[in-house]
Design a protein around this ligand. Structure first.
Ligand code: GLN
Length: 206
């Protein structure tokens, strides 16, 4: 009976809603936002490139891509930063590399302000100049996965409310706390779609 489905709670309906009913924003101030756009579209999501703070009102979740976290802070400006800070407290957000740095509670090398929504301490450019970028194999929920690191930060400390989703050697490289997900590598540059799918599942479950 078609009518019956409208009797279920809005929460249940949201979980059943098709993926293309979701609009995901990708912060497009700088960095590799287009690779995220392509990946999310491949997975069936509707994507909006977010260039203005008011666009945050139209999206169900946000990806903050890699780039240069200090440049993001400059380009956001005070008003953009405050609006983003409100957003990440309410809606699912996934930060990769520079995006992970922006979401962290504590940033080192050098110290830098952030959105403070993920209880981790993260060190910028932690692999040194010799290992500017590398492709390594890590584990996502225990299964092998390719990881592309580019001038990557390292998560040095993980708070009690933070779940480690992926590791490389001994290091946590993808984490989640509530609606916030972060990875120090670039899943948008590998063919494997599991990390983005995990973010879409997170949006669907909130
Ligand atoms: N090194 C950059 C930073 O510190 C992050 C690099 C990246 O996003 N690929 O912000």
């Amino acid at each position: 009976m078609v009518r019956e489905i409208w009797n279920v709670s809005s929460e249940v309906r949201a979980k059943c809603s098709p993926l293309n009913a979701m609009t995901i924003g990708v912060l497009a101030l700088q960095g590799d936002f287009d690779a995220h756009r392509k990946r999310l579209e491949e997975l069936g999501a509707t994507v909006v490139l977010v260039k203005k703070p008011e666009q945050l009102d139209q999206i169900d979740g946000l990806v903050i891509p890699g780039g240069e976290s200090s440049t993001f802070l400059k380009l956001l400006g005070q008003a953009g930063f405050e609006k983003l800070k409100e957003f990440v407290r309410v809606k699912p957000t996934f930060g990769t590399c520079a995006g992970a740095i922006l979401l962290a509670n504590e940033v080192e090398n050098p110290k830098q302000t952030g959105l403070g929504v993920l209880d981790i301490r993260i060190r910028r450019n932690a692999y040194g100049r010799q290992v500017d970028s590398s492709i390594r194999e890590g584990k996502l929920n225990g299964s092998p996965i390719e990881m592309v690191f580019i001038r990557a930060p390292k998560i040095e400390h993980v708070g009690p409310g933070v779940e480690v989703l992926a590791t490389e050697g001994e290091d946590p490289v993808a984490v989640r706390q509530g609606k916030v997900m972060a990875a120090t590598f670039h899943p948008e540059l590998s063919a494997d779609t599991r990390v983005h799918r995990a973010f879409l599942d997170l949006i669907r479950s909130t």
